[in-house]
Design a protein around this ligand. Structure first.
Ligand code: GDP
Length: 465
């Protein structure tokens, strides 16, 4: 019999309410041991599912805080077991007292993600949904949370099942053809194979291609502000942060080090963890050791960033350092900001600079960092650059690296299958590739997942979920 577990389900720290969740065969009996209802005749053990009782909890015989108890009866609960949720006043003190009372009554502390793991084991959730739970819980932005909620609602599962069903039809046909050559199984035409396999490959491509943007919406992106001194990086950072975070002076080289700042950009609520960098001037031009170290760190950040915001001065000719930065941005997720647009009277000058920078960047965006109206324009360009601009929050979305890896394997196997069709390698070759794709899709769905895979999924969970 599984142990009855309990944990704080709300974040620690000050807050209006703190909720302790208890799950397992003895959940209601243990909750009863610490909970005294206002109406003495009532008890959690005898309460119906989906009901609430009001009272207080006791610790070592002493009445403690006012408590609201919710009762969920197996299998109609999050975990599929009997569950009680006891809410007390927030702040951690009362919740800790409650946990202490529950441990004393015989409850075990829950491990990371143990409630969700039980939900998985009891068939209340699939593995992809369990992964979505964590993404919803940890999402930084609303749009990202909406994407993960779609997966939790089973949209990803449905999409995977659709792909599997289509492939299953072809696989069954191929198997009959390969295994019973003497029977008169009609051969599948190359066109029909291309249509079905190609169609499902397209669906997988769509899932795979939207992963990066979805992850950006859920968790934010590490971004770097790069550019030579005085182009307006600090001003741009302040525009995004909404206050004077960096020291802005008209003297070149004022931003000394890598400054970290998380900003949330309109209109999608995309979070950028920004590193405002020292100018990328040549190190040996600089006698100043501190600044040289800053420059080295800037360069490293540039290579690692999920987004490079490369800033250029629209009002000054492009310098060798500007060109060097632009070249370093090629094939990187990079957006060029052509700042100080307000100083340009002649549109042709701006167009020339845009034209010169365009080959190295996903987009060149002229703006004025001093103008607050530039913020949403910048936010939209950033969302486009990280592939988050036109994600449909109602579409199926992959929401973990494990899912992405399995989807890529399935897609690659379908690519091989299509190659086998085009190369005329025979239907048994197609069947082998198709079987690989089906195995990868089963893995994507989390079917018969090995214990180690499940362990890995729950490793990143928080306690109490
Ligand atoms: P950094 O060295 O790249 O961080 O550049 P700063 O943000 O310190 O800006 C350098 C100078 O350019 C400051 O005097 C800013 O006020 C000015 N500046 C920044 N952005 C703009 C802009 O969009 N228009 C104009 N006219 N001046 C700007």
């Amino acid at each position: 019999m599984p142990a009855t577990i309990c944990a704080l389900a709300t974040p620690p720290g000050q807050g209006g309410i703190a909720t302790v969740r208890i799950s397992g065969p003895d959940a209601l009996a243990l909750a009863d041991a610490v909970f005294v209802p206002l109406h003495a005749k009532k008890s959690l053990r005898t309460a119906r599912g989906y009901t609430a009782l009001f009272g207080h909890y006791i610790l070592r015989g002493r009445p403690m805080d006012e408590t609201v108890a919710l009762v969920f009866r197996a299998p109609h609960s999050y975990t599929g077991e009997d569950v009680a949720e006891l809410s007390v006043h927030g702040g951690t003190a009362m919740a800790e007292g409650l946990l202490e009372a529950l441990y004393a009554a015989g409850a075990q502390p829950a491990g990371r993600g143990e409630f969700t793991r039980r939900a998985l084991e009891n068939g209340r959730l699939s593995l992809t949904q369990a992964e979505a739970v964590m993404e919803v819980v940890s999402a930084a932005g609303r749009q990202g949370a909406a994407l993960a909620a779609g997966a939790l609602a089973g949209r990803l599962g449905q999409a995977i099942e659709g792909i599997r069903a289509a492939l299953q039809g072809v696989a069954a046909h191929l198997a009959a053809w390969v295994d019973y050559p003497e029977e008169d199984v009609p051969s599948l035409s190359a066109d029909e194979l291309r249509r079905v396999l190609g169609g499902q490959k397209t669906s997988l491509d769509r899932l795979i291609n939207s992963y990066g943007g979805g992850a950006a919406l859920r968790h934010g992106v590490d971004g770097v502000l790069a550019g030579r001194p005085n182009v307006g990086k600090s001003t741009l950072l302040n525009l995004m942060a909404g206050f004077d975070r960096a020291i802005v002076t008209p003297t070149a080289g004022t931003t000394r080090d890598v400054v970290e700042q998380a900003v949330v950009l309109p209109p999608l609520g995309l979070r950028l963890n920004l590193f405002d960098t020292a100018g990328l001037r040549e190190e040996d031009e600089h006698p100043d050791a501190i600044e040289a170290e800053g420059i080295r760190r800037s360069r490293r950040k540039l290579g690692e960033a999920g987004l490079v915001l490369a800033v250029f001065d629209a009002a000054a000719p492009l310098t060798a350092a500007d060109r060097e930065l632009a070249a370093a941005c090629q094939n990187r997720p990079a957006l060029a900001v052509l700042n100080k647009q307000d100083l340009i009277q002649n549109a042709a000058v701006l167009d020339d600079k845009k034209g010169e920078l365009a080959p190295y960047f996903k987009e060149v965006l002229p703006l004025c960092a001093k103008d607050a109206g530039s913020l949403p324009v910048l936010g939209e360009a950033v969302a486009r650059a990280v592939g988050a601009a036109d994600l449909d929050p109602d579409a199926a979305a992959l929401c973990s690296a494990r899912q992405l890896a399995a989807a890529v394997r399935a897609r690659d196997a379908l690519t091989e299958a299509l190659r086998a069709v085009d190369g005329g390698f025979g239907l048994d070759a197609v069947a082998v590739c198709l079987a690989d794709a089906q195995a990868a899709l089963a893995e994507l769905a989390g079917e018969d997942a090995a214990a180690a895979t499940v362990d890995a999924v729950f490793e990143n969970f928080c306690v109490g979920k």
